[in-house]
Design a protein around this ligand. Structure first.
Ligand code: PLP
Length: 429
């Protein structure tokens, strides 16, 4: 494959944009090499500026669940832009969006639109702190909730409950308020609540972790967190930025039957436009300005073009059988990967939840962050590049979930698996 134009663009970009990209994971740092620059995207495919075509399992990191450039989403945007790009005043589409989200996700009795997943999670923990009068939050190793200061924290070495910053610029005084637990560790959560339960404003979790590859919750784990939060007066926040409208129409909370106090969303609800949202119990949401004293605002929030894209997307994913079909595709893909790996003598296991999947270069089942980190990342990196060379684009990191869209039909899955058979041979070579 020729990458001359991408290479030239990357050099120009590096001179003016930190690391040459506007979001770090795009830079291919963890897999090595250089990113390709996209010319256009359609259905299950990305086309780069050098004329190469890739089957895409990243889907803009999640939003493109119906494939790229879906005509219904594009037409909704085209209709919306005829009426102007932004009003800074209320519009009808915002009301329809609120009605749609609260209908599809019943735990959200009210909802507030924002412009990204990061804004949604930041706003949700401010609300949790304001509503409970408590300051501590609890998060989980391997979960990502955007780049807000309170989330760029890992467990301190001495006391589990005193977090330390993972990025310069995050105040130590703030990070100490974030405690980090191991995902799927029942006992650790019980112990933490015994120690400091009365100080915890909120527990925030990706109910299926998509930022440490793909880790599903152990049976009863989310309910265990629900019970601890209820008993200790803390709020449970499900960060459904990835899982929302994807693992099931009602998100992970519908799939696992656990009701959070607050939920955060992004990606799919924007249909590819910059959108996020947070919602939850009415008594909590009514404390947000201007209904209540907890401040949160946004010039472009509820933007009419973004709402049009998101509503068109939510219409498409609401079609009967949509998620069943996606799940079947994901399962077929994962079974094919495992069979191809076995043929080549490569140790591989997979996780699949709805339209999310994870590939683990190991021979045992993975459902904790420690297990995910222990997998053979060098093998993944070789596999990633071998697949890219064969026109299949996986997330450029061993710690990101893959996404299947409704544009990934049987022929595309077959083409992916044909590439995988060759790529696994490269992994062992
Ligand atoms: N929460 C989760 C679970 C995410 O996966 C992400 C981004 O990938 C975010 C929050 C942050 O969203 P954004 O990148 O839109 O700020």
């Amino acid at each position: 494959m020729n990458h001359d134009r991408s290479h030239a663009l990357f050099n120009r970009a590096k001179a003016l944009i930190p690391g040459g990209v506007n979001s770090p994971v795009r830079a291919f740092k963890s897999v090595g090499g250089e990113p390709f620059f996209v010319q256009r995207a359609d259905g299950a495919y990305l086309y780069d500026v050098d004329g190469n075509r890739y089957i895409d399992y990243v889907g803009s990191w999640g939003p493109m669940i119906t494939g790229h450039n879906h005509p219904k989403v594009r037409e909704a945007v085209e209709r919306a832009i005829r009426d102007g790009l932004s009003y800074g005043a209320p519009c009808a589409a915002e009301v329809t969006m609120a009605e749609t989200i609260t209908r599809l996700v019943p735990s959200c009795e009210m909802v507030r639109m924002v412009n990204s997943g990061t804004e949604a999670t930041l706003s949700a923990i401010r609300l949790a702190r304001g509503a409970t009068g408590r300051q501590r939050i609890v998060k989980f190793e391997g979960c990502y909730h955007g780049h807000g200061d309170s989330f760029l924290v890992k467990a301190g070495s001495g006391m589990l409950t005193l977090g330390v910053p993972t990025s310069p610029g995050v105040p130590a005084g703030l990070s100490e308020l974030t405690a980090t637990l191991s995902y799927n560790d029942f006992e650790g959560a019980t112990q933490l609540f015994e120690d400091i339960g009365g100080e915890v404003a909120a527990v925030i979790i990706e109910p299926v972790v998509g930022n440490a590859n793909c880790l599903p919750p152990r049976e009863g784990y989310l309910q265990h967190l629900r019970d601890l939060c209820t008993r200790h007066g803390a709020l449970l926040i499900f960060d459904e930025v990835m899982t929302g409208f994807r693992v099931a129409l009602g998100g992970a909370q519908a799939l696992y039957g656990v009701v959070p106090d607050l939920s955060t969303f992004g990606k799919i609800i924007g249909g590819g436009m910059p959108v996020g949202a947070y919602g939850g119990r009415r008594d909590l949401m009514e404390q947000i300005a201007p209904a209540g004293p907890i401040y949160q605002a946004g010039t472009l929030s509820g933007n009419p073009v973004a709402m049009a894209a998101g509503l068109a997307m939510l219409d498409l994913v609401s079609e009967p059988g949509f998620h069943d079909r996606l799940s079947a595709t994901t399962v077929a893909l994962c079974e094919g990967f495992v069979a191809a790996a076995r043929e080549a003598g490569v140790a591989l296991t997979t996780n699949a939840v709805g339209a999310m999947f994870g590939l683990f270069f190991t021979d045992s089942k993975v459902d904790t962050y420690a297990q995910a980190v222990a997998c053979d990342t060098a093998a993944f990196n070789r596999f990633f590049h071998a697949m890219l060379e064969r026109g299949v684009y996986l997330a450029p990191s061993a710690f990101e979930a893959g996404f299947v869209s409704s544009a990934h039909d049987d022929a595309i899955v077959d083409a992916t698996l044909a590439a995988a058979r060759e790529a696994f041979a490269v992994v062992v070579a």
